[in-house]
Write a protein that binds this ligand. Structure first.
Ligand code: ADP
Ligand code: MG
Length: 427
C-alpha cells in the first residue's frame, strides 16, 4: 500500500473488516454464495419462469420466518428470469417494493410507477404527491405498453399493506385490457397467519401458488457465513466463532439475517475495543445486542401502550416466578407502570388487543387455557425472548427512559430502601 500518511484522525486501514459490505442486510450475494436453497430457487422459477418463454406466469406467495432467504431468493430468481427473457428477446422488467415502507396502495403504486420510469425512457412527469392511486396506475399501464412484454413484481412484506387491492389490479390488468404485458407477482410474508386473511382480502382473480421457506439448520448457517468470511481481514475470525454464531442463530429459528448481523456486530465490537481478533465472547455479546435490536425493530411501530404491556409482562416474569401471565395480571402491572411514566392507561380490553398484535408480530405467544366450563377460559401470555431484552428494547424509547432498568428490577426482591426509582408497583 502507498505510504500516504493522510489525517491520523482516520485510520487508513480497517484492522477487522476487509469487505464489510458483504455483511450488509440488503446485500444480494452472488449465486455461488447462496446456500441450501436450490429447491426453493427451482420452485419460484417454475412459477414465474413462463415469462421467459413469452407465456403467462403464475403468481406466487412465499411464506416463512424472517431470515429464511425469501427476499434474497425472490430477487435472485427475478433477475435471472429477466436475463433469460432478454436472451429470448422478451423485455421483462423486475420491480421490488418493500411494503413495510410503501405500506399503502398509493405509496406502492407510486413506487412501481417511479421505478418503471427509472428503468425506461418514459418521458411523462410522475408527480410525487397530490395525485391518487388511479393516476399512478395509468402511468404503470402506459410504461408497460411502451416498454415491456412482461414484468415481475415482488411485493415484500406484503402483510404490511393496508389493503390488497393492488393484487387484484395487477392480476386483472390484462383481462381488463389495461395492458398486454404479462405480470407475475411474487408476494412475500413472514407471517403464515397472513395466509388465513389473504383469502378474505382478495377474490379469485389473484390465483396463486404458495411456497413455504423453512428455517436454516446450523450447518447451512455455517456455510452461509463461511461464504462471507472474506468480509473480514485474514486471520481475524478466531476458530469456533462461526460455529458458535451458527449455533446461536439456529437455536433462534434458523435466521440467516440474524446470524450475519451477529457476525458483523461482533466485528464492530472487536474493533471498538481495539481487539485484533473476533472471539467467541464478542459473538456472545453481539448476540445480545442483536436480539435487543430485533425486538426494538419488531416493536418500532407499536403504540406506547403495547410497549408498556410488554414491559409489564417482562417485569412480572423477572420479579415473579412464572413464565406465563394472564391478561388481567399484565393489565394490573401495566396500570401501575402508566402512573410511573404519567400516561393514561387504556382499558383492559384495549390492552388485550395490543397483546394480540404483539403475538401476531411474534414478540409474545398467547395460549388459551380452559378453566372448567363454569370458570371460562382465559389467555396466558409468554415472551418468546429473554425478558431482559424486552426491558432494554422498551427503554430505548426516549419517552420510556424513566422505567426501571433490568438491574433495578432484579433487585426488587431485596430491600427496597434508598432507591432512586419507586419500585413499589413491582413487588
Ligand atoms: N441461502 C442463503 N445463502 C446465502 N445468504 C443467505 C441465504 N439466505 C439468506 N441469506 C442472507 O441472509 C439475510 C436474510 O435473508 P433474506 O432473504 O432477507 O430473508 P427473509 O426475506 O426471508 O427475511 C440476507 O442478508 C441474505 O443475503
Ligand atoms: Mg425479507
Amino acid at each position: 500500500m502507498a505510504e500516504q500518511a493522510g489525517d491520523p484522525l482516520f485510520q487508513s486501514h480497517d484492522p477487522i473488516f476487509d469487505r464489510k459490505e458483504l455483511l450488509h442486510v440488503g446485500h444480494v450475494p452472488d449465486e455461488d454464495r447462496i446456500v441450501g436453497r436450490d429447491d426453493e430457487i427451482q420452485s419460484v422459477a417454475a412459477e414465474v419462469g413462463a415469462i421467459t418463454r413469452g407465456d403467462p406466469p403464475n403468481n406466487v406467495m412465499i411464506y416463512g420466518k424472517t431470515g429464511t432467504g425469501k427476499s434474497l431468493i425472490s430477487r435472485h430468481v427475478a433477475t435471472r428470469a429477466q436475463t433469460a427473457a432478454r436472451d429470448n428477446e422478451i423485455d421483462c422488467g423486475v420491480l421490488y417494493v418493500d411494503c413495510s415502507e410503501a405500506n399503502t396502495e398509493t405509496r406502492a403504486t407510486r413506487q412501481l410507477a417511479l421505478s418503471l420510469k427509472d428503468q425506461t425512457g418514459y418521458q411523462e412527469n410522475i408527480p410525487l404527491r397530490g395525485v391518487g392511486t388511479m393516476e399512478y396506475y395509468q402511468h404503470i399501464w402506459g410504461i408497460l405498453e411502451d416498454f415491456f412484454d412482461a414484468i415481475i413484481v415482488i411485493l415484500d412484506e406484503i402483510d404490511k399493506l393496508d389493503n390488497s387491492n393492488i393484487l387484484m389490479q395487477l392480476s386483472r390488468a390484462r383481462e381488463a385490457q389495461k395492458t398486454d404485458a404479462y405480470i407475475g407477482v411474487i408476494g412475500i410474508s413472514n407471517k403464515v397467519k397472513y395466509r388465513e386473511t389473504l383469502d378474505e382480502r382478495i377474490d379469485s382473480s389473484f390465483g396463486h401458488r404458495e411456497l413455504f421457506f423453512h428455517p436454516y439448520d446450523a450447518s447451512q448457517l455455517r456455510e452461509i457465513m463461511r461464504n462471507r468470511e472474506d468480509a473480514f481481514q485474514p486471520e481475524v475470525l478466531e476458530g469456533g466463532t462461526i460455529e458458535l454464531c451458527a449455533a446461536l442463530a439456529a437455536k433462534k429459528h434458523g435466521d440467516a439475517r440474524k446470524a450475519i448481523e451477529i457476525l458483523k456486530e461482533a466485528g464492530e465490537l472487536a474493533r471498538r475495543t481495539g481487539s485484533e481478533t473476533v472471539s467467541e465472547s464478542h459473538i456472545q455479546q453481539a448476540q445480545e445486542v442483536a436480539e435487543i435490536n430485533r425486538i426494538e425493530e419488531l416493536t418500532s411501530g407499536a403504540t406506547v401502550h403495547a410497549k408498556l404491556a410488554l414491559y409489564a409482562l417482562a417485569s412480572r416474569i423477572i420479579t415473579g416466578d412464572r413464565e406465563t401471565h394472564k391478561t388481567r395480571e399484565i393489565y394490573e402491572r401495566y396500570v401501575g407502570i402508566c402512573n410511573m411514566v404519567t400516561t393514561d392507561p387504556i382499558t383492559e380490553n384495549g390492552l388485550y388487543r395490543q397483546l394480540k398484535e404483539q403475538a401476531f408480530l411474534g414478540v409474545i405467544e398467547s395460549e388459551k387455557t380452559g378453566g372448567g366450563r363454569s370458570q371460562g377460559s382465559y389467555l396466558l401470555h409468554r415472551l418468546v425472548t429473554d425478558p431482559k431484552h424486552i426491558i432494554k428494547a422498551v427503554r430505548r424509547d426516549d419517552s420510556l427512559k424513566e422505567l426501571p432498568t433490568y438491574d433495578q428490577l432484579t433487585e426488587t426482591g431485596s430491600a427496597t430502601n434508598n432507591r432512586d426509582v419507586d419500585l413499589s408497583s413491582f413487588s
